[in-house]
Write a protein that binds this ligand. Sequence first.
Ligand SMILES: *Cc1c(COP(=O)(O)O)cnc(C)c1O
Length: 400
Amino acid sequence: MIDPVLPTYNRVDLVFERGEGAWLFTKDGQRYLDFTAGIAVNVLGHAHPHLVAALTEQAGKVWHLSNVFRIEGAERLARRLVEATFADTMFFTNSGAEALECAIKMARKYHYANGAPERSRIVTFEGAFHGRTLATIAAGGNAKYLEGFGPALEGFDQVPYGDLDAVKAAIGPETGAILIEPVQGEGGVRSASWAFLRALRALCDEKGLLLVLDEVQCGVGRTGKFFAHEWAGITPDIMAVAKGIGGGFPVGACLATEEAAKGMTLGTHGSTYGGNPLAMSVANAVLDVVLADGFLDQVQATAARLRQRLAELKDRHPAVIAEVRGEGLLIGLRTLVPNGDLIAAMREEHMLAPAAAENVVRLLPPLNIGDAEIDAAFAKLDAACARVAASLTASEGAAA
Ligand SMILES: *Cc1c(COP(=O)(O)O)cnc(C)c1O
């Protein structure tokens, strides 16, 4: 009999009753160190008092308003994001995929508004992940996610990640934009070099293309800057944001320059829930913390300390860990064993982390972890690697 919850996920059989900071607790009081953080969502950990207070306060006022009315929280969040980023304007959504949908529509509409409707094609990259809607699976180009879902949305030309010559070769008279994750999350925690991003910016300027960034996973402080592209010293024309911006409440946004947004006039796009007052209250509270003086410096310092311990871990377990990669607190451990084996062993040690492509285990802790969590993570990873290494030796023994 089919599970009442559509069985599209292979779920871990654990039920968490509550969370506190980087820790999750089961009903029977077992404690797990959470370096999944809802896949880079819970940037301030679980039950952060400032976020709880913001949501609770808003819950007693008004939950939902149609976007036919002004929503104060949305106006405030937009003003603050305009001030803190390249953007002049934005559209709020409930998820990353919806933010990307808006970005794709906006890029196409821009060229339409310029009298070049044929420029609807977008150059995308191998290993990309942009969501699970029909448009975003087409943009992501992962055959596994497209299979069986009928004709894929036309208009995406995929090239190898980081290959500038391939990008140039893919650009034709119908190309209107380039869409890229500055750091690929699901794709295996792969970084395009900052030089590559700068080259894409220059190419877009030269060819009249829009540079569209997907910072759904790598944005909102994850790499130690508010947004990852700041490391490259460039700005996009359009950017999709979600995950961390809501700190655990579903929030997304499509940010844009005034020029890039010029086709998105009255009535061209909409959402019932996008910019919902509850969502906006939490996102504003997230910004209170993430944009406070010193927070992002702290993230960089935390990342440096954690990565130093991970380098030590790799040295201690050369048969298990091949590489530590990523930016800031978007970290990938490429493993020499199946990544699922290490994740299972970590779970035995009461530590949670998600997988990624290229046999990578992702470490996505809340951004506000301290030395206690770093020490706990090292101890648990060390024990998990030892478990995996021991089973390797045992199976070698059995084979011999
Ligand atoms: C998670 C993710 C998305 C999709 O976000 P949803 O909220 O799941 O729709 C898009 N792009 C990237 C880079 C992501 O990591």
